[in-house]
Ligand binder design. Structure first.
Ligand SMILES: [Zn+2]
Ligand SMILES: [Zn+2]
Length: 214
């Protein structure tokens, strides 16, 4: 399945330095530099650039005039250089981008859940509302009232190992670290998730048959 354009776009427009898409693999930053994304609409390279020293917009916080005229960086004076080095020391870490490969994106889009864990939602629901879902009554979220839905979400959250970010179409570990020194901009906790058996099982099902609603 293909994603609605807006979903892809929102992962970039949340950055204040985003100017526009050149095509699906190239993005123009407000600092005037064009960033190659590697894969279509993959945000990691752009994110890395945004947090790096190479991005002049971040330090000046205003669009370079070069956005409109050229692709090269503007010259800067020594003051800028010092400021940059200082900033750089403070921000040597990347912000964790979570797991955002296509298989994870498919999962986030196709799952009604906001949290995931080893426990199946129907089992959590049966424990929570034993009167509602007996052996013979299959679990469905539609049977839950508004308050019950909230209670159910809270229960799922407390059981959860990972979180489905519906806005940015990313999977994060529940204890994800915001900043990481890892070069791939994925924190160790999220990295752990890649080997999580339960998550991999769900991914397999979702990606094998994209029509199954989990
Ligand atoms: Zn930039
Ligand atoms: Zn993380």
């Amino acid at each position: 399945m293909s994603l609605p354009y807006d979903s892809w776009q929102s992962r970039f427009t949340s950055f204040s330095n985003f100017q526009k898409f050149i095509d699906n693999k190239k993005v123009l930053c407000k600092c005037g530099i064009i960033i190659s994304l590697g894969n279509p609409y993959q945000v990691s390279n752009f994110q890395r650039h945004s947090q790096s020293n190479n991005c002049n917009y971040r330090t000046n916080n205003q669009p370079s005039i070069n956005v409109f005229f050229s692709k090269t960086k503007p010259e800067r004076n020594d003051n800028d250089e010092n400021k940059d080095n200082e900033e750089n020391r403070k921000q040597s870490a990347f912000i964790c981008q979570g797991l955002c490969d296509l298989e994870y994106i498919n999962y986030v889009i196709n799952s009604p859940a906001s949290f995931g864990s080893g426990k199946k939602p129907e089992i959590v629901a049966k424990q929570l509302f034993p009167g509602k879902f007996s052996e013979s009554t299959p679990f469905t979220r539609k049977k839950l009232g508004k308050e019950e839905q909230k209670e159910f979400e809270r229960a799922l959250e407390s059981e959860a190992t990972w979180r489905l970010d519906k806005e940015f179409l990313v999977v994060y570990h529940m204890q994800y670290k915001k900043k990481t020194d890892n070069k791939n901009a994925i924190c160790n906790k999220c990295e752990e998730l890649k080997c999580n058996k339960c998550l991999n099982k769900v991914l397999k099902v979702v990606n094998f048959n994209i029509n199954i609603i989990y």
